[in-house]
Ligand binder design. Structure first.
Ligand code: ZN
Length: 1098
């Protein structure tokens, strides 16, 4: 009796032991020369030529005996020795005769199935030997012989691993013959029936066969078979048959026609019903997953309920046609792959094609992208070099000097604002001003003095005098939305709302008096003033409450959310229900960014997103407590959705609301691995808890059945689903992908910082790098220590401090980058002794937000020109990518005056990986990794690029050295990191990636990142810079820093989160805010060696 299973084949024949002959052919012989024929080869050769039944049978028995013991290695060895061919020849020789000898054929077929299963080329070999159709013929002659039929079917299944063989069998009506062998429920010949279904499924590996099956209407038959077997099944073998039938259905629904037939034949309803039964029975559990996946796959594609896939926000780009048509193009593979994370994944998967292996491109510096004559204009961005520090003599009056030193910069900002305001109304002329050099921004040739005076007159009080609640205000906390000042409002709104102004002003003022201003480095009124000058495409007139009011990290850490078992299955099941029944389905649009006239039921949630960084496009109430949310694509594009930020109100407390963000684009997400979105409650804030908190249960991320509204381009969307039970009735809450950080917040923050520094000690100067496309000033900050005196020596030291250039937020959806930058900025302005040392050692040039327009308008990836700005660095366009053009200009300038930055780092966020890590650039590592033949022995490379990551690994709890890499990819050749390294010759040129989720190592293992941890990262990055200074004065600080470098990596969570007290955004305490000393502190004197010289621990 034979039994054949995929991994279980036993031959119960009676045979002599032949082990000796096998061991002789152990592994060492695998490479034996062809001339020395082994015992196996002799057997195989005899098999093909044996005349008599007896000896053939004996050989088959011996072979089977040999293959039944041991591992697959024996089978592979036999294949390498021509075993498959020998068996096929024997099969053809035996099976070709008029009345084949089944005593021989059966063991032959079994052995062939077993060997063929491991031979990837078995299909082709069978075709060559003429065995494929012969086996099909044998099957036809033996349909009444269950055992013989099963043996043929197993072999056909194995042969079908080759597309051409499967097509050959299909073309010869094999599919039809096999299909006819699958009966309705029966208790007989189950193994033969299963063999038939499996062979049928195997043949469906080709398009032609699927087409043929669909056109012949077999799907309906398969569904009826499944239904029949499913409801009558009684034993384990029946479940296996159900599985096989599901596999057939999966294969036939690979085609669009197949899916359509599946749906029209009631497939979804049928599976929905059977799955419910399965959920009730333990033994049938295993059928649930494939059924649910099949339903998900076949749910009819539903276009997003939008009139156009393009963003609701359109921006007229200078020099571009007015109306950009909807692109009727195929998926732009490159643009999708250009995504940092996707490309990362590719790299993990051995895609090394992308590595730059051209030694010239790696080593030779390209010519500058502009003439030298354009560089001197950037001298104004190095105020520390020309500043005479007159005020040092008047150090008794620090306040005075502060105002005088900064007022001119203020003016520059103001002037460029005005230009922006005026140009914004007339976009045609705005393009001209964008080309302006940074210096020309400071002095406005056309002179807007009257307007400037007017704006300046709007001090904070007059700003707040026109604060107003939004029209949607209904609840007791409706102050959530605060009107921005007149300058930004649409004309039509002014009249109807002016009457309420004074009332609202007093309300806001009262609230602020009672609750406000508790947040370090945040001043609500300053925020209002900053927001008033921010230019947005839609002309935002409303502030989101959290941005205005401010955020404090909640006390304690927030662990990653545990994933519920089978959560995805449950959600897909619920989605299938929407398709099958109208019971309880509401499907009503309750918010539309483009249509403010939407009326929604009094008991539905209210949504809103027309504020800075907001990007909800549409909300649809699906069921009473379930909403589909559609995100706005990046301005001027129809893609890049991921970031979200919106307001939600009118909720009932303690009811789980399910939210589905249905037009996500990435194929996977950290939302499947413990990440939660963030929520801010206005009511909580007013009660003294102004926290963005991680929130949501039942979170998962999966492919859905939606397609673009106009059926073009991308065909796949993903759903992010989560449930939230709100704490308060009638609250106003905000939901976001990650902790929001607006452009206005940056401007307000820089003002606060400027006011906070002691101008006698800290040289802090904010300037405008350039205007953006929409006319927003892009701030740049210079921070260094004031010289001790105006003496030659001190001034000389100041002017020879190495530069460190830090940039961030080129990708608007990566708000974590801004929080890290906030930590860096606050630390550098602080009184911490390490910060003081760093200021004395370096000149810091920070451009905290390279993409203000994207951030303001809630885009995820692009600027208003629909480009990824971090792919423009090779040759940035001065008009279209001004921030990149001028940042690069500044770097060229520094280069030209011999002040090439010592360190460059661009802060980013990473949505698919955990921890924080750096990408750097190394010629040698790139060549090694690519397997390049270039001999790297003679290549000289300063290994200094590893110093900072190594130091960070010791200092920063969230940092993971193991996630860093230093590879130069072709696809990244136009990113900041690579261009600054290659063109400017900056050895330490990095991208710092901070996770949106949390950490899987160090003391934060299992915890999500909050703003406290992100800001801490910004501080630690500064700390790590001590490792690259050669300044003797900073040695003292290096000793200090070694205390910061607690042994956090060896700690684990069993000791609990290290610091649960709210640190507040004020991280300026430096070493003093370090964790309570762990055991390592009690182990005697600490190692005080300079950090850079310590070995990497892991
Ligand atoms: Zn990025």
């Amino acid at each position: 009796m034979f039994r054949y299973g995929q991994s279980n084949f036993t031959w119960n024949g009676t045979l002599r032991e032949l082990e000796g002959s096998w061991t002789e052919r152990g592994r060492p012989r695998m490479t034996a020369s062809p001339s020395s024929s082994s015992g196996l080869e002799v057997l195989l050769s005899t098999l093909q030529n044996a005349g008599d039944v007896e000896s053939t049978l004996n050989i088959l028995n011996v072979l089977d005996e040999l293959l039944s013991a041991g591992t697959d290695r024996r089978i592979h060895y036999m294949i390498s020795k021509g075993g498959s061919e020998a068996l096929l020849t024997a099969l053809v020789n035996t099976g070709r005769s008029f009345s084949p000898n089944y005593t021989l054929l059966l063991p032959l077929l079994h052995l062939l199935a077993k060997v063929g299963h491991r031979d990837r080329r078995i299909g082709v070999k069978a075709e060559d030997a003429g065995a494929a159709l012969l086996t099909l013929n044998l099957l036809r002659h033996n349909v009444k012989h269950a055992g013989r039929a099963a043996a043929c079917l197993w072999v056909i299944q194995v042969f079908s691993s080759s597309v051409s063989t499967a097509n050959l069998i299909g073309a010869n009506h094999g599919l039809d013959d096999i299909y006819r062998l699958i009966p309705q429920y029966t208790t007989k010949h189950l193994h033969a029936i299963k063999a038939a279904i499996d062979a049928f499924a195997a043949l469906l590996c080709t398009k032609a066969n699927v087409c043929s099956v669909v056109s012949k209407g077999y799907i309906s038959g398969l569904l009826r078979l499944y239904e029949d077997w499913h409801c009558k099944q009684t034993q384990h073998a029946d479940v296996a048959i159900c599985h096989s039938l599901l596999r057939c259905l999966h294969k036939v629904t690979h085609s669009t026609a197949g899916r359509q037939a599946f749906v029209s034949q009631g497939g979804i309803r049928l599976l929905y019903g059977t799955t419910q039964t399965c959920l009730l029975s333990k033994g049938l559990e295993s059928l649930v997953e494939p059924s649910v996946q099949l339903m998900r796959k076949c749910l009819p594609k539903t276009p997003l309920p939008l009139t156009s896939d393009r963003s609701a926000y359109t921006f007229l780009v200078p020099g571009r046609p007015d109306v950009v048509p909807d692109m009727d193009v195929e998926p732009d593979e490159n643009s999708e792959e250009s995504d940092d994370e996707e490309a990362e994944d590719n790299k993990d998967a051995d895609f090394d094609d992308d590595l730059e292996t051209d030694l010239n491109k790696l080593r030779i510096r390209p010519d500058p992208d502009r003439p030298k004559e354009l560089l001197p204009q950037y001298s104004c961005l190095c105020p520390e070099l020309s500043h005479d520090f007159q005020e040092l003599g008047l150090s008794s009056e620090p306040e005075e000097s502060s105002t005088s030193s900064s007022s001119s910069d203020e003016e520059a900002v103001l002037l460029s604002d005005l230009r922006v305001h005026s140009s914004n109304r007339d976009r045609g002329s705005s393009s001209a001003s964008h080309q302006s050099s940074p210096s020309s921004l400071e002095t406005d040739p056309e002179g807007h003095a009257p307007a400037a005076a007017q704006l300046e007159a709007l001090d904070f009080h007059s700003h707040s005098s026109i604060l107003s609640t939004s029209p949607g205000f209904r609840t007791g906390v409706g102050q959530a939305r605060v009107e921005a000042p007149v300058g930004q409002r649409r004309e039509d709104q002014d009249e109807e709302e002016d009457a309420d102004d004074s009332h609202h002003r007093t309300m806001i003022d009262r609230l602020l008096e009672r609750h406000g201003s508790c947040i370090p480095h945040h001043e609500p009124k300053l925020y209002c003033a900053a927001a008033a000058k921010t230019n947005s495409i839609p002309g935002f007139s409303i502030l989101a409450f959290p941005d205005f009011w401010g955020h404090l990290p909640p006390p304690g850490h927030e662990p990653m959310s545990p994933r519920k078992p089978n959560i995805q299955r449950q959600k897909v099941f619920e989605d299938a229900q929407r398709f099958l029944t109208t019971d309880g389905i509401i499907n009503q649009v309750v918010f539309d960014l483009e249509d403010s006239s939407i009326q929604c039921p009094s008991d539905s949630l209210r949504f809103y997103s027309k504020f800075e960084c907001g990007n909800l496009r549409k909300a649809v109430q699906v069921r009473k407590y379930e909403y589909d949310l559609i995100l706005n694509a990046d301005a001027n594009t129809s893609q890049h959705t991921q970031w979200f930020y919106c307001e939600v109100s009118n909720m009932v407390a303690d009811v789980p609301y399910r939210f589905n963000v249905i037009n996500c684009e990435k194929s996977n997400s950290q939302f499947n691995y413990g990440m939660q979105p963030v929520l801010y409650s206005v009511r909580e804030a007013l009660e003294g808890r102004p926290h963005w908190v991680r929130t949501g249960t039942d979170i998962c991320y999966f492919r859905n059945h939606f397609c673009p509204a106009r059926g073009r381009r991308r065909t796949t969307f993903y759903t992010l689903t989560f449930s939230i039970s709100f704490k308060h009735n009638e609250d106003v809450c905000y939901l976001a992908y990650h902790y929001p950080y607006t452009y206005s917040a940056l401007k307000a923050h820089l003002k606060v910082l400027q006011k906070s520094v002691d101008p006698a000690k800290v040289f802090f100067q904010q300037q405008v790098l350039c205007g953006t496309l929409a006319g927003n000033p892009c701030p740049m900050v210079t921070i260094t220590a004031c010289p001790a005196s105006r003496g030659w020596k001190d001034m000389h030291q100041l002017r020879n401090r190495p530069c460190i250039v830090l940039t961030g937020r080129v990708h608007p959806g990566e708000s974590n980058a801004s929080w890290v930058m906030k930590g860096t900025l606050e630390f550098l302005c602080s009184t911490d002794p390490v910060a003081q040392s760093l200021r004395e050692a370096f000149v810091f040039k920070l451009i905290p937000m390279l993409n203000p327009d994207g951030v303001i308008n809630g885009t995820n990836r692009c600027d208003l020109n629909s480009e990824d700005l971090n792919r423009q660095w090779c040759k940035p366009d001065p008009v279209l990518s001004p921030t990149i053009y001028h940042t690069k200009g500044l770097l060229y300038y520094l280069n030209s005056i011999g002040r090439t930055p010592l360190v460059f780092c661009d802060y980013h966020g990473h949505s698919r990986k955990k921890n924080v890590f750096l990408y750097g650039c190394s010629v040698k590592e790139t060549l090694w990794q690519s397997g390049s033949a270039v001999n790297t022995v003679g290549l000289k490379e300063d290994p200094g690029y590893r110093t900072i990551p190594k130091t960070l690994d010791r200092l920063a709890p969230a940092f993971s050295f193991n996630s860093c890499n230093y590879l130069v990819e072709k696809s990244r050749s136009s990113t900041a990191r690579v261009v600054v390294w290659r063109e400017m010759g900056v050895l330490r040129s990095y991208t710092m990636e901070s996770t949106h989720n949390g950490c899987d190592q160090g003391i934060y293992k299992g915890l999500q990142m909050g703003t406290r941890e992100l800001q801490e990262m910004g501080v630690k990055f500064c700390h790590s810079l001590l490792s690259v200074t050669k300044d003797v004065k900073t040695l003292y600080s290096q000793r200090l820093i070694s205390h910061v470098g607690l042994d956090h990596k060896s700690h684990n969570l069993s000791q609990g989160p290290r610091d649960t007290a709210p640190l507040g955004p004020n991280l300026s305490q430096g070493p003093r805010d370090t964790p309570p000393p762990g055991p390592s502190l009690s182990q005697g004197p600490r190692d005080t060696a300079p950090l850079g010289q310590r070995g990497h621990r892991r």
